[in-house]
Design a protein around this ligand. Sequence first.
Ligand code: GLA
Ligand code: ZN
Length: 674
Amino acid sequence: MSLPVTAKVSFGGDYNPEQWPEPVWADDYRLFDLAGIDTVTLGVFDWALTQPAPDAYDFALLDRIVARAAAQGRTICLATGTGAHPAWLARAHPEVTRVDFEGRRHRFGQRHNSCPSSPVFRRLSTELARRLAARYADNPSVVAWHVGNEYGGACYCHLCAAGFRQWLRERYHTLAALNAAWYTTFWSHTFGDWDEIEPPSALTEHWRGPDHTAFQGITLDYRRFMSEAMLANFRDEKAAIRESSDAPVTTNFMGMYRPIDYHRWAEHLDFASWDNYPPDDSSPEWMALGHDLMRGLKDGQPFWLMEQTPSTTACRDVNPLKRPGVMRLWSWQAVAHGADAVLFFQLRASRGACEKYHGAVIGHAGRADTRVFREVADLGAELRRLGDVTLGARTPARVALLFDWDSWWALEISDGPSRLVRYQQVVLAYYRALWAAGADVDVIGVGADLSGYEVVVAPALHMLKDDLADRLAAVAERGGSVLTTFLSGRVDGDGNAFLMDVPGPLGRLMGVRVDEWDAREAEVVNPVCLGTGRFEVPARLVFELVIPAGAEVVGSYRADFYAGTPAVTRNSYGAGHGWYVGTALEQPGVSWVVRQVLDHHGLTGPYPDVPGLETSVRVTPDGTRLRFLLNHDPEPVTVTAARGGVDLLTGDRVDPGRPLRIDGHGVVLVREDA
Ligand code: GLA
Ligand code: ZN
């Protein structure tokens, strides 16, 4: 089971016609036709509508909504609607709402608010999914199922506590094993009974917030448990859907979202999908990393862009508008990284509640002559012209970047060496370097097969589990390069330090050892001199004092008592190399190191270092290479075409050696000559 079968890149988005009178629907579809919208995601928050009372199901309105979409020839992604529970449920069963980190039992309100361990929530959400599937499975327009919505958050109630204890019994079998894993001799924490174990919260092990815990072991395990408790909710609903429908099932992920370990979820989804809401409008690498991470969840299989705003969000304090051309550019960026669907939140704007100012394809006035609508319609036409060319195409990456939720958690819940080191920022710096060099990258979990990669970049790989160190060593053994950084190889799967030199089991591959490390406030710089020349880059936050044990020195600190000692090293290992970067180099330094590695393997792209220019390749099932050139800069840029082909968006010929212009915020999609 994989992606929904479609004839082109699906185009459309969340559509909530239950919020407005039926006569408006005709207008909606007239406008959808104009905009080339072929796909609607229905029913994402319909639980109170479809189950208005404990023993009453009412699908009358949803029937009309689904029938209308089908009659209008749309493809439907049908949601189970369990991302927000109805008020009657919270009233009848107060335990269905969550208890927060501070120990406060929430009452009815908001969304994404159900306790994942609540038996009544589990039973009723599953029953709703079962009934929806039974009702609509035979409708050929329903091509995909969308379970829940943006799973996340955490609950600390007594039901979750009981669930946690059960989860721990299954994981550890004995209290002796648990006590050892959590290192409970420290601070007199030895547990003599499973029922003594409390969820780690502000009332128990934590002291300043969710990242400040006295015991990393219990906090790590609680995050794992919560992620799996919500996964169980997803799996319940999916199993209920499967009783009557074979259509692919997904849920909308959120890219680099810390609370949920998407790698542990991935095998349970038929295809991945995600909601792309970047932190600002100048983070193309952040979005690219999100796309690559989502594509990596299912072995490189294409994914769906389930949501993006056509214009502006509403939940931020300040919500900037996408500039002309930017929505199109970001949509193509998603396709360039593996999206087989481009969907919006939302097709028509809500009139009330907190998202009434959230951008939509159709605004409150219902006009087709707005800039946003016109841009959506132009993109719709463009995608229609493109047809099925990109569907199912794969990214031919020989560079892998490891992304690991356990390392993220373990790093950020540790006291020391520095709270200023943020996992996402370290990963992003290395990804940005690869991105700017134009390398195609797979972002994958630590359990993924590494045998197809020449370069493996593992920033802040704090936790080393299972046989990962051996598998990384094998990459170098056969001639590949492995690059890792400060704060890698520090802890085992329980979050306990290795009884050996830092970086633990990576030490042999890296040919270094680290006895000491220094951490300083963000404004303190220790320059690092890189290479043989005079390239000096500021480094900050954490400074590991790297002692070569076979590795050659590539960069050294310039200041403080460790001036002149190594900060960056390269070790020959087997036929390849282990690179170690012992400090948070500023971006030019990270980019310099990454470029040494890429150039060594000939993996730098044909258009490196053009500011704002992103390139990405997809290879279709018949072997055709599609190269996307995306200009994130508002000014046009001209490069010399490296290969010939045809721009599929204009029909223009691209000749090798000739100038190739990409408009400001423009996109060129070259089908390269064979
Ligand atoms: C999320 C949700 C949507 C909507 C958008 C608004 O992605 O899934 O329901 O709230 O955010 O940006
Ligand atoms: Zn709970």
